[in-house]
Design a protein around this ligand. Structure first.
Ligand code: C2E
Ligand code: MG
Ligand code: MG
Length: 766
């Protein structure tokens, strides 16, 4: 608080705050009792002098003192009666002036009494009595009126003037010297009262400032959103705001002054956290600052922030429920898959590490890497929305199978990983894998579609197969790969051999991509011979890969790698382009046949690729044959028929390859736009020894021929096979090592050139 001082450094009442000024004026009128005593004793004193001198002037002064004294007392009563909290500063100023006026008159009267005594009497007692009474009064001024500078100054000035005048009138050196001594005395009186006044004002100002701080603190305490309580070192509650009481469930109670243990006896904290007051007591004695959380009934979370202070401690309670909820949501977002609500890969890996090692010991467990079969087809054909719903149902089914301690996560796409702590025996793992496959193979209803997928599972166990999460994941992935290769819907346990195979396969995949980029894949051609005309009608394009380390790798192996690794489309186009380019350089009556795998057929737009390449290279569509197997029909019959019809309409010939190895469905012969049926070479191999298959072969050939299709028999290796077959079965074309092995582009061109020469020679002989 800022209070100005006067030029001589003393506090000036004009600059005092209103309330302090009011208390100064009150101090003037206070203590009516001592005033009464003073008034009476001063009124009696002139009577004593009258008794001694019989001078009537003393009776007059006694009467004056009494009258003025009574006026002062009445004024004090009136002040007491008329002032209250609404009295204005101006009114107080009037009251101060009134007091100053009457007191000045009073002290003047005292001074005049002394002067009169001096002038009318030589009696030293008379002089001493009036002089000392005036001095006593002045000393009383310090005690009673120090609050008003104006009052003190005027009274001292009047008293000085009159007392000094009286002493000078006595007209001796001694009295003049005494008068001189009075001056410092009067100055001292003024200074003393100024000093007292300063002490009074300072303490008033300090009290006022403290009151302001206390009010602000109270307001702050009651308006904060936090519950605040303070404790003295012995555990007594010294402060508790409303919010604290609300959070503690003690609204309206007065707990200030009680021991902290009252919080354990009743209210919210008691029902939820018995340890609350025990904690506070511990922190109070250890002078430790600490944060801790506890729950209120209804599930709200409260954070208690305890801070040690010199004289005890303060605890701030904050309702952090919303923060806890949003922190959990953020954590869930980071750790859980939004679609299936299962843990995501990142969170799962950290969890596996926790499960794998407990108290520094490796725990046995089994890991299952689950991959949904045919999920991609569902996504591609029915759309992602259906795919998403399907994944949710799969997650729910997995959850049903799992036990609480098992860990599961959506590893990505249609892959799920499951960890079962404590499971490591083969039978137990196999049993669980079967249950999982059975559950996931049951039809799933999504948006009126009944979808049957299935699952393949790779299994690895800790610590037998691997000791770290990373190893186990890698091994289950390897085992899963094998399960899928086995035809899906099954499970495989990880073995070291499997790991070796997989590593080899991965290497081959990389090398195959490189071979494709560097154009080092070759296309060889194997002729198909028309038996009647004894001439080459078609050459089948067969891909060849001469691996720098592993030598020749069968197309059956690397086509599968390309299919599984998702680049069969590129391999297919590579072979198709080479085949068409070569065929364009052959005699016009020779066609080229190109194999198209079922996956390639399903994943790429074969029709567009074929028509684009034919157009680009400039080959008549009629000179191209596309060889497909029955598996093309198994994935999506309608799509297959549609594409084959498109090809057929373009003029491209369609052959059904490897007939007799799959379902050998005779209905395909009727429904597909076929030109040729190629009987698989296994018929030849078995036919000679197995009479039943031989009879079957004869029937199929007859039926095919009746449908107007060309029949080709693959795999003829010996003269004997040829003789036997051509005697008993009416085959149109043959293909086999007996006639020619697959030849390089250069060699097949030479062979075809030689055939032309031969034909010309025959024609000229005829
Ligand atoms: P495929 O289409 O049935 O091709 C005929 C396979 O039989 C060829 O094997 C050929 O060398 C073999 N072969 C022909 N005559 C005889 C014989 O008298 N005795 C024996 N033991 N085998 C004979 P290859 O070249 O190893 O191809 C195997 C399979 O790989 C092919 O069977 C075909 O399904 C696939 N394939 C080859 N090249 C490609 C290609 O470029 N694309 C696709 N999608 N598949 C291809
Ligand atoms: Mg073929
Ligand atoms: Mg074949």
């Amino acid at each position: 608080m800022d209070v100005k001082t006067s030029s001589d450094g003393e506090l000036d009442t004009r600059h005092l705050p209103d309330n302090i000024y009011a208390s100064v004026v009150h101090s003037l009128y206070a203590d009516a009792q001592s005033l009464l005593v003073g008034v009476l004793s001063i009124a009696v004193a002139p009577l004593v002098l009258y008794w001694k001198t019989t001078d009537n002037i003393h009776l007059v002064f006694s009467a004056f003192f009494l009258v003025f004294g009574i006026v002062r007392l009445l004024l004090a009563k009136e002040f007491e009666f008329k002032t209250n909290s609404e009295t204005t500063r101006e009114e107080y100023e009037k009251w101060e002036n009134r007091y100053v006026n009457i007191s000045s008159l009073y002290v003047g009267l005292l001074g005049f009494w002394f002067v009169a005594g001096v002038l009318r009497s030589d009696d030293p007692f008379v002089h001493l009595m009036s002089f000392s009474l005036a001095l006593c009064y002045l000393i009383g001024v310090i005690g009673r009126n120090f609050g008003s500078d104006k009052l003190v100054s005027i009274q001292v000035l009047i008293a000085i003037c009159l007392l000094i005048s009286g002493l000078v009138l006595l007209n001796t050196y001694y009295h003049v010297i005494l008068a001189g001594f009075l001056i410092p005395f009067f100055i001292a009186i003024r200074l003393m009262s100024a000093r007292l006044r300063k002490i009074l004002f300072d303490s008033e100002l300090r009290a006022q400032a403290n009151k302001v701080i206390a009010t602000r603190f109270d307001t702050a305490l009651e308006n904060v959103r936090h519950g605040i309580a303070m404790f003295s070192r012995d555990g007594t509650i010294t402060v508790a705001n409303e919010r604290f009481l609300t959070l503690a469930g003690l609204e309206g109670e007065n707990i200030v002054g009680s021991d902290v243990s009252i919080l354990n006896a009743t209210g919210n904290i008691a029902s939820q956290d018995e340890a609350f007051s025990a904690r506070i007591k511990t922190y109070l004695s250890s002078r430790r600052s600490q944060k801790f959380n506890f729950q209120l009934p209804g599930g709200r979370t409260i954070e208690a922030d305890y801070n040690s202070m010199d004289e005890g401690g303060v605890v701030v309670l904050s309702d952090i429920t919303e923060r806890v909820i949003s922190e959990k949501a953020i954590k869930d977002l980071a750790n859980f898959d939004a679609l299936t609500k299962l843990p995501n890969r990142r969170f799962f890996i950290s969890e596996i590490k926790r499960v794998l090692v407990k108290n520094g010991q490796l725990q046995p467990c089994a890991m299952f890497f689950i991959d949904l079969d045919k999920f991609k087809e569902v996504n591609d054909t029915l759309g992602h929305a259906v795919g998403d719903k399907l994944l949710k149902i799969v997650a729910a089914r997995l959850n049903v199978v799992l036990k609480a301690r098992d860990l599961i996560c959506r590893f990505g796409g249609d892959e799920f990983v499951l960890v079962v702590p404590g499971l490591y025996d083969v039978d137990g793992c196999a049993n669980l894998a079967e249950i999982l496959i059975t559950q996931l193979s049951k039809p799933i209803e999504v948006d009126h579609h009944s979808i049957t997928i299935g699952a393949s599972i790779g299994i690895a166990c800790a610590p037998k197969d691997g000791k770290t999460a990373e190893d186990l994941l890698q091994y289950t992935d390897v085992a899963l790969y094998d399960a899928k290769a086995k035809g899906r819907g099954t499970y495989t346990f990880y073995t070291e051999d499997l790991g070796e195979n997989i590593r080899l396969r991965r290497k081959l995949e990389i090398d195959l991509r490189q071979a494709l980029e560097e154009n080092t894949l070759e296309v060889h051609f194997q002729p198909l011979i028309n038996l009647k005309k004894c001439s080459i009608t078609t050459c089948e394009a067969l891909a060849r890969w001469d691996h720098p380390e592993h030598g020749n790798i069968s197309p059956e192996v690397f086509v599968k790698i390309a299919e599984e690794s998702g680049f069969i489309e590129q391999v297919g186009e590579y072979v198709l382009r080479n085949a068409i380019v070569q065929c364009a350089s052959w005699p016009k009556n020779v066609r080229v046949a190109v194999n198209v795998s079922a996956i390639q057929f399903y994943r790429s737009d074969v029709f567009s690729t074929v028509s684009r390449l034919l157009d680009e290279i400039g080959l008549e569509p009629g000179r191209l044959e596309i060889e497909v197997t029955e598996t093309v029909m198994l994935t999506s019959f309608d799509d297959a028929i549609f594409t084959l019809n498109q090809l057929s309409e373009l003029g491209v010939k369609v052959s059904l390859d490897d007939f007799g190895t799959g379902f050998s469905s005779l209905s395909y012969l009727h429904q597909l736009p076929l030109d040729k049926v190629k009987i698989d070479r296994s018929f030849i191999k078995n036919g000679i020894s197995d009479q039943r298959s031989y009879t079957l072969l004869k029937g199929v050939v007859e039926l095919t021929k009746n449908l107007g299709l060309t029949v080709v028999l693959e795999g003829i290796e010996t003269e004997q096979q040829l003789r036997q077959i051509s005697r008993e079965i009416k085959i149109d074309e043959v293909q086999g090592f007996l006639f020619s092995r697959p030849l390089s582009a250069h060699d097949i061109r030479s062979l075809l050139g030689a055939q032309i020469e031969e034909n010309r020679a025959i024609q000229s002989e005829n």
